[in-house]
Design a protein around this ligand. Structure first.
Ligand SMILES: Cc1cc2nc3c(=O)[nH]c(=O)nc-3n(C[C@H](O)[C@H](O)[C@H](O)COP(=O)(O)OP(=O)(O)OC[C@H]3O[C@@H](n4cnc5c(N)ncnc54)[C@H](O)[C@@H]3O)c2cc1C
Length: 396
């Protein structure tokens, strides 16, 4: 039986990691794997349960209850990592001169090295009336998924998904597969605008439409308000009105930079600025995962954060190591039409597109015709390995 999670932290740890997402846990695990014995404290604003975030947008199709998504609870994780876990606790302040952090419990905690793995939080571009707050959701961690799952437990509902990026499209597909009536709202004219050129986005949109997902694209939300008969009324900028029972906001994620910014670390809207060794602008403070902008790149995907955890573990272990990000494409979990994309990091001179309907391959090329990115749909996704080999690394 793992020991219970303590209510307060020890007053000092050799390494403090803020965040128990895949980045924070991945780093602690990499350190222990290489035989590191220093004291480690992990602090989390959430439950600290270990889960795979990508599975959150597959749970309805697979009929997965939230407890099935938790791979390990916080107590078991603390035991496995031989680390202290402090959960449901916010780090409110960072004092870099005295190497201490202030917790929401009122406690102060000292560190020798500090790692910020605070992830990215949902961005809400518009407000929702107070009386509808309990029916408007964002799903960015397991605790959010627990609440969202409970709200949909009583049977098929009309779910309005707002936002047609990766998270919005994956949830639209997943909720549809889970038996709900889904509408997808976004100001852009085709799904996955940051990953796919428009013809491929339209192919995904067509697959959604054929399945019965309603597409409400090309217009912004003007207002969300209580409607008749307990409906939620959604009004668009062209005054069209729609009804829903539940809203899922998938309107983007912003790196949680506030703690670092208030402390005086170098940050931009893309994240905490770190070098190739994941070092921030202050000695003894590092950052990785969705919160970190590594040498100008914040990829916000699993493979880069795994590579970062490995490199940082080596650096902290005494072998300074630069992280490298390969040409790792994003696999979008939309079974209605499989999508793989490796978006170009600079504006391409052209997108060359082959194929039609759902079977398409798009090649982003620079002015000399060199491949700098690609996007694939349907059966063409099997070309991802060959094209990844030909494309330039994200961070070479
Ligand atoms: C629905 C969904 C599906 C996805 N699917 C894929 C996919 O298929 N493939 C892929 O590669 N990527 C996918 N991603 C992206 C991927 O999941 C993320 O890049 C990754 O999980 C980020 O991990 P992280 O540890 O950096 O951040 P997070 O998981 O967000 O963890 C942040 C941690 O910091 C804690 N925290 C934040 N602020 C504080 C504070 N002040 N005090 C204390 N604790 C704090 C939080 O409680 C949390 O524990 C998906 C993302 C979503 C939302």
């Amino acid at each position: 039986m793992p020991p219970p999670i303590p209510k307060t932290a020890d007053t000092h740890a050799a390494l403090v990691i803020i965040g128990t997402g895949m980045a924070g846990i991945g780093l602690a695990r990499a350190l222990r794997r290489q035989g590191d014995t220093r004291t480690i404290t992990l602090i989390s604003a959430d439950s600290g349960d270990e889960y795979s975030k990508p599975l959150l947008s597959t749970g309805f199709a697979k009929r997965l209850a939230p407890e099935q998504l938790a791979q390990r609870n916080a107590a078991a994780l603390a035991e496995e990592l031989n680390a202290q876990l402090v959960i449901h606790t916010h780090v409110e302040h960072l004092d870099m001169d005295n190497q201490t952090i202030q917790l929401s419990t009122g406690q102060q905690l000292g560190y020798d090295d500090l790692v910020l793995a605070t992830g990215a939080g949902p961005h809400r571009p518009f407000s929702v009336p107070e009386e509808l707050a309990g029916r408007c959701f964002t799903v960015n961690d397991l605790d959010d998924y627990r609440r969202f799952h409970a709200a949909l437990a009583s049977g098929p509902a009309r779910v309005a998904v707002i936002g047609a990026g990766l998270v919005g499209c994956e949830f639209a597909n997943d909720l549809y597969a889970g038996g709900h009536h889904v509408s997808l709202f976004a100001p852009e004219t085709s799904p996955l605008p940051r990953l796919l050129p428009e013809p491929l986005g339209n192919a995904l949109g067509n697959a959604f439409k054929e399945a019965g997902i309603q597409l409400r694209l090309g217009h912004s939300i003007r207002k969300i308000s209580p409607g008749h008969h307990n409906d939620i009324a959604i009004e668009l900028d062209n005054r069209d009105r729609f009804q829903a029972d539940i809203i899922l906001m998938a309107t983007g994620l912003a790196p949680r930079i506030q703690l670092a910014e208030a402390a005086g670390l170098a940050v931009t809207n893309s994240g905490i600025q770190v070098d190739r060794q994941l070092r921030t602008s202050h000695p003894h403070i590092y950052a990785l995962g969705d919160v970190a902008c590594v040498d100008g790149i914040n990829a916000m995907y699993i493979q880069p954060l795994q590579a970062s955890a490995k490199a940082l573990a080596a650096t902290l272990g005494g072998s300074p190591t630069h992280v490298h990000f390969g040409a790792w494409p994003v696999i979008v979990k939309t079974p209605l039409l499989p999508v793989v994309a490796y978006p170009p990091s600079t504006q391409p001179a052209q997108w060359r597109i082959e194929g039609e309907q759902g079977e398409m391959a798009a090649f982003a090329e620079d002015k000399d015709g060199r491949l700098i990115g690609f996007a694939l749909t349907g059966g063409c996704v099997r070309r991802k390995v060959e094209l990844s080999r030909a494309a330039p690394a994200l961070l070479g």
